[in-house]
Design a protein around this ligand. Structure first.
Ligand SMILES: Cc1ncc(COP(=O)(O)O)c(C=O)c1O
Length: 331
């Protein structure tokens, strides 16, 4: 065991924790007996919940420690991370500015509408490359005006953001004891690598028997693994640790996102409907819907054996269902 002390790291409580773990009994029967549970991180509290709130507990504590007064972050137009950052910033009294890429549609809905209600300043970029350039300009401009910006990269996925999911594994280990259940698999959507690196570090420190399976939302396995490794390496350097997490443990499946990030496909549509109709739980079309497609296939192909306990992370994002109304509405 290391002398790592999570409680000594600054954190501002934002989330309603622990998030519930619920058995998906009807889905488990539907899948032929594997025991599937869901961890409801869509219920983390601020705004519409989701995985970002856990990261923001640590990121915004770091911002406060550095005496920042404005939080700046970036993402796609309907980014869950940007919305949650704007809402958590509001709650803590920070100003917030967002750099968003994509074309603003005539009919504004989903997270962009919520960003507007929060009245954050929005800077527009053409694509993710232009977004990075704009982030630098916005930071310079704010500093020139005498402000103290705290810059958060895409998805809040840094060694500090990853602490949120490290802490989630501490929470899980306690819930596991209370429930008398050892979880064999932890299946989650992975995109900018912060969640996966956090749970991998948490597993290494607190829950060694857990296998982590990341289902990519659109990025290649190689690129995602690189991001996860970078975050773990930074974490090791900053915290003075030497955790060795080899490629064999960074499991990423890239076969379930279909044509690409955010592009709906039939498997996702059927799966979102299936889980809603069997369990009354709404997954989202971009992340958790596709991650559940992966879980179901991994059970069917017996990569996940039937006698195992599987925990699926609901990482939030269900508000985006409304952006995809055309693929869900009945004729
Ligand atoms: C709902 C949801 N799930 C999963 C993810 C992926 O998490 P990460 O970026 O930490 O890999 C995101 C990222 O934006 C998300 O919004």
């Amino acid at each position: 065991m290391t002398n790592f002390n999570l409680d000594s790291i600054p954190r501002i409580q934002l989330c309603l924790l622990p998030t519930p773990i619920v058995p998906l009994t009807r889905l488990s029967t539907h899948l032929g007996g594997v025991k599937v549970f869901i961890k409801r991180d869509d219920l983390t509290g601020v705004a519409f919940g989701g995985n970002k709130n856990r990261k923001l507990e640590f990121l915004l504590a770091d911002a406060k420690r550095k005496k920042a007064d404005v939080i700046v972050t970036e993402g796609a137009l309907q980014s869950n991370h940007c919305l949650q950052t704007a809402a958590c910033s509001a709650k803590l009294g920070f100003e917030c500015e967002l750099v968003l890429s994509g074309n603003i549609p005539e009919f504004i809905t989903g997270n962009l509408l919520l960003d507007q209600i929060l009245d954050v300043k929005i800077h527009r970029a053409k694509d993710s490359f232009e977004r990075k350039e704009l982030m630098v300009l916005v930071e310079e401009e704010l500093k020139d005006k005498g402000k103290r910006p705290y810059m958060i990269p895409t998805g809040g996925s840094t060694d500090i953001g990853a602490l949120g999911y490290l802490k989630c594994i501490v929470e899980l280990e306690r819930q596991s004891k209370d429930l008398g259940i050892i979880f064999d698999y932890f299946v989650h959507s992975t995109g900018s690598g912060g969640t996966q690196s956090g749970v991998l570090i948490g597993k290494e420190l607190y829950y060694p028997e857990l296998e982590i399976l990341g289902i990519s939302e659109g990025e290649s396995k190689q690129k995602l693994r690189k991001k996860v490794k970078e975050i773990i390496e930074n974490f090791n350097n900053i915290r003075g640790l030497n955790l060795v997490i080899g490629d064999d443990k960074i499991k990423i499946y890239e076969e379930y996102f279909g044509e690409g990030y955010g592009i709906p496909n039939q498997e996702m549509i059927e799966t979102v409907k299936l889980v809603a109709r069997l369990e009354g739980v709404f997954l989202d079309p971009v992340y958790t819907g596709k991650a559940m497609v992966g879980l179901i296939d991994l059970v069917k192909t017996e990569v996940i054996p039937k006698d195992k306990n599987v925990l699926f992370l609901h990482s939030g994002g269900s508000t985006s269902i409304f952006n995809y109304y055309n693929v869900f509405q009945k004729e």
